[in-house]
Design a protein around this ligand. Structure first.
Ligand code: CUA
Length: 317
């Protein structure tokens, strides 16, 4: 678990022009607020000291009613500050949001509790990992299959809600190849906290190689155990919810993650455990033990069936 989440994920460590733009806006707002806090704090404290009760004066202080100059001042100064922050915010929002007519690079559909990631140009679908080429802004189209979720990769860009029946757009960009961690940022039910996403930024050539590999169907299994697993995948109803391109049959609608190239992914269950054969076996044996409340059912598979399914799903892609 630790090695999956060892890197720092923070808006204060921006790794893209978009995130730096948002970070700069944060720092401008922070320093304006800090100056106001210090000025107001100093004024309040100095007045508390200056006008404290010294026990020697019971007379009423002068009774003042209204002061036009003061009222105009404390209206105009905040208005001016808010106008500056407003204009800066509008500029940042315009820069970190794609034009609506720009071509969509990646379609992300949020599900309880995982991310479906689709590359419309290549016909590739994967889950819980967004691969993208580093060095250019990527137009991500977001929607949801059930409730409202929110995609947030703090180092790479803004947050954006994934709303059922309503497409939203955002840009993601990474300066350099690397892995950037993100999460769902809108409470969406029992496993909201385990709706992690990994953005894998790659050199453009590496990204194209990855995309080409993902576009291939799963090769037919070679070992007897894996062949048996392929049969179980169809008969034990796995194939009712999960797509395996080149596998037994295709489900009518997307319920669970596409498992064609499951082996190529770093984690299982949207980031709960590292993707190893042993972890996959535990997951299949009792999903609730790893991710309570997930919609993956416990199919009460016996030990041999578990081995066969793991052999099928984890065989070299
Ligand atoms: Cu999905 Cu919170």
């Amino acid at each position: 678990m630790r090695e999956l989440y060892s890197s720092v994920t923070s808006v204060l460590h921006p790794a893209s022009p978009l995130a730096r733009d948002i970070g700069n806006l944060f720092w401008v707002t922070f320093w304006i607020s800090a100056v106001i806090l210090v000025l107001v704090g100093a004024f309040v404290i100095s007045n508390m000291i200056r006008f404290r009760d010294r026990g020697d004066d019971d007379a009423l202080p002068p009774q003042i009613r209204g002061n036009t100059a003061v009222e105009i001042t404390w209206t105009v100064i905040p208005l001016a500050i808010l106008a500056v922050v407003f204009v800066l915010s509008m500029g940042t929002m315009a820069r970190v949001t794609p034009r609506q007519d720009a071509p969509v690079d990646i379609e992300v559909t949020a599900h309880q509790w995982w991310w479906e990631v689709h590359y419309p140009g290549a016909g590739v679908t994967t889950a819980n990992e967004i691969h993208l080429p580093a060095g250019r802004p990527i137009h991500v189209r977001l929607s949801s299959a059930d409730v409202i979720h929110d995609l947030w990769v703090p180092e790479l860009g803004r947050k954006m809600d994934a709303v059922p029946g309503h497409g939203n757009s955002m840009l993601l960009e990474a300066d350099h190849p690397g892995v950037y961690l993100g999460a769902c940022a809108e409470y969406c039910g029992a496993e909201h906290a385990w709706m992690r996403v990994r953005v894998v930024a790659q050199a453009p050539g590496d990204f194209q190689r990855w995309l080409s590999a993902e576009a291939q169907p799963k090769p037919s299994p070679t070992s007897d155990l894996a062949k048996e697993g392929e049969g179980l995948f169809a008969n034990k109803t796995c194939a009712s919810c999960h797509v395996v391109q080149g596998g037994p049959k295709l489900p009518a609608s997307v319920v669970g993650p596409d498992l064609t190239h499951l082996r190529s992914r770093a984690t299982l269950a949207a980031g709960v455990v590292a993707n190893t054969p042993a972890a996959l076996r535990s997951w299949l044996a009792d999903p609730d033990a790893i991710k309570p409340g997930s919609y993956m059912p416990n199919l009460h598979l016996n030990g041999h069936e578990l081995d066969a399914l793991v052999a099928y799903l984890e065989e070299t892609p």
